[in-house]
Design a protein around this ligand. Structure first.
Ligand code: PMP
Length: 447
């Protein structure tokens, strides 16, 4: 269906000081308020902008809206839920949908990963996963294991734990040292892999950095290794063939938990439910968020191997709380209802399979932009691709400018530094891919 073109009168009047009060996240606030990019509605593959025009959503919102926007089934499920049970205390009380949802998610995760802890965002999922790893190591008598290993060019959210794990300078420099208990391995972007579609050939040996961390800090001091299977917000760095397998072996050899941050990859982006399945490597702990509700409600989750859950829960005396952690809104009924409805759509419409089926068409089209002089590299897997732009002035400025120009030309994509991330909803049709690439080409050819 086409979005309506009528304008909400209140939005039409947004101008000047009406924008002042909102300090916007990850936004150039002064630039935004001088030239606001506002969306007022959405339907399927499109947003509606403030003048009633259509903007093709090239990034599924922020990798959230995998089944397309404004799905009626989800809206109805949330509406019904809020009328029946709008809130349930999340500590020492339960409500039926949270148990049903945990079971549904456990059925989607790789075998053995079957206990699910609910949170409200990807950042909360990451910090929760870090605490689970520490609690697990302590519960099994390995309390000295407090160090985390992660990677340069990683994004694990913005809370204190996640920002320390992350390897993005901009996200860390204003906040001092963060956690001192994180060591970073090298990232997996290698010049010799430029313009590789799918998993790059070179770089599996970069996993040996984890062995170097073991040699330096001692396995007895390392709790867990955190990686995004595909590093998303740092520009879609697809793991070299064999890399994740080697990390798994090294973790096993040294009793280190392997954590996959699947906040972007989870729920079909790579063509299977999780990247763990696409790459055939099973972690001990996985984080997820974003598409868990198709973006319709804030929610995240941490799924763990049963042994992790058993070790932590059996360490406490009978009747005592085992894991002193949780959020007021953990497993919120409306979020659970939205997620169950989203999973029904993913399953009913075979959308993970569709993401897999559309991948070659999508990647071929995006890689077709490689001839443009401003494009310096393209990477991609499943239904996600990163397009790097030649640097100009300060890092990030060209990415922001291109993103703004694309929006004005009718395409929303996420920019990260000087890279655009294209990741359409799984309902994407050939015509959307053509439209996306034609707007990209039109804007990029002027550089
Ligand atoms: N981890 C990864 C891999 C992410 O991509 C993101 C968000 N882009 C986060 C964590 C943080 O999620 P949120 O913004 O929901 O806190």
């Amino acid at each position: 269906a086409q979005p309506a073109t009528t304008l909400d009168a209140t939005v039409d009047n947004i101008s000047g000081r009406e924008l002042d009060a909102h300090w916007m996240p990850f936004t150039a606030n002064r630039a935004f308020k001088a030239d606001p990019k506002i969306v007022t509605g959405a339907d399927g593959m499109y947003f509606r902008n403030a003048s009633g025009g259509r903007v093709l959503d090239g990034s599924s919102g922020l990798f959230t809206s995998a089944a397309g926007h404004c799905r009626k089934e989800i809206a109805d499920a949330v509406d019904r839920q809020l009328r029946e049970l709008d809130y349930a205390p999340s500590f020492m009380r339960g409500h039926p949908k949270s148990f049903e949802l945990a079971k549904r998610i456990a059925a989607l995760t790789p075998p053995g990963i079957n206990r699910v802890f609910f949170v409200n965002s990807g950042s909360e999922a990451v910090d929760t996963a870090m605490k689970i790893c520490l609690a697990y190591q302590r519960a099994r008598g390995r309390g000295t294991r407090t160090l985390f290993v992660s990677r340069e060019r990683a994004y694990h959210g913005v809370n204190f734990g996640g920002v320390a794990l992350s390897g993005m300078q901009k996200n860390r420099e204003a906040f001092g040292f963060g956690l001192p208990t994180v060591a970073h391995m090298r990232h997996t972007w290698l010049a010799e892999n430029k313009f590789t579609k799918g998993q790059p050939e070179h770089g599996a040996e970069l996993a040996e950095d984890l062995e170097r961390m073991v040699a330096l800090y001692g396995a007895d001091n390392i709790a867990a290794c955190f990686v995004e299977p595909i590093a998303g917000s740092c520009g879609v760095l697809v793991p070299p063939s064999g890399y994740l397998e080697r990390l798994r072996e090294i973790c096993d050899r040294h009793g280190i938990l392997l954590v996959f941050d699947e906040v972007i990859c989870g729920f079909g982006r790579t063509g299977k439910a999780f990247a763990a399945q696409s790459f055939g490597v099973t972690p001990d702990v996985m984080t997820m968020a974003k598409a868990i509700t198709n973006g319709a409600q804030p929610m995240g989750a941490v799924a763990v191997r049963q042994e992790v859950y058993d070790t932590v829960t059996e360490s406490a005396s009978d009747g005592a709380v085992e894991f002193f952690h949780g959020y007021t809104f953990s497993a919120h009924p409306a979020a659970c209802a939205a997620s169950l409805a989203a999973l029904d759509i993913y399953e009913g419409e075979g959308l993970f399979e569709r993401a897999r089926a559309m991948s070659a068409r999508f990647l071929d089209a995006i890689f077709g932009l490689a001839d443009l002089p401003v494009v310096t590299d393209i990477r991609g897997y499943g239904l996600i691709a990163g397009i790097d732009f030649a640097l100009a002035n300060r890092p990030g400025l060209r990415g922001n400018e291109i993103q703004a120009r694309l929006f004005d030309a009718g395409l929303h994509v996420k920019a990260t530094g000087d890279c655009a991330i294209v990741a359409p909803a799984f309902i994407v049709e050939d015509s959307h891919i053509d439209e996306m690439c034609s707007v990209l080409r039109d804007v990029l050819k002027s550089y």
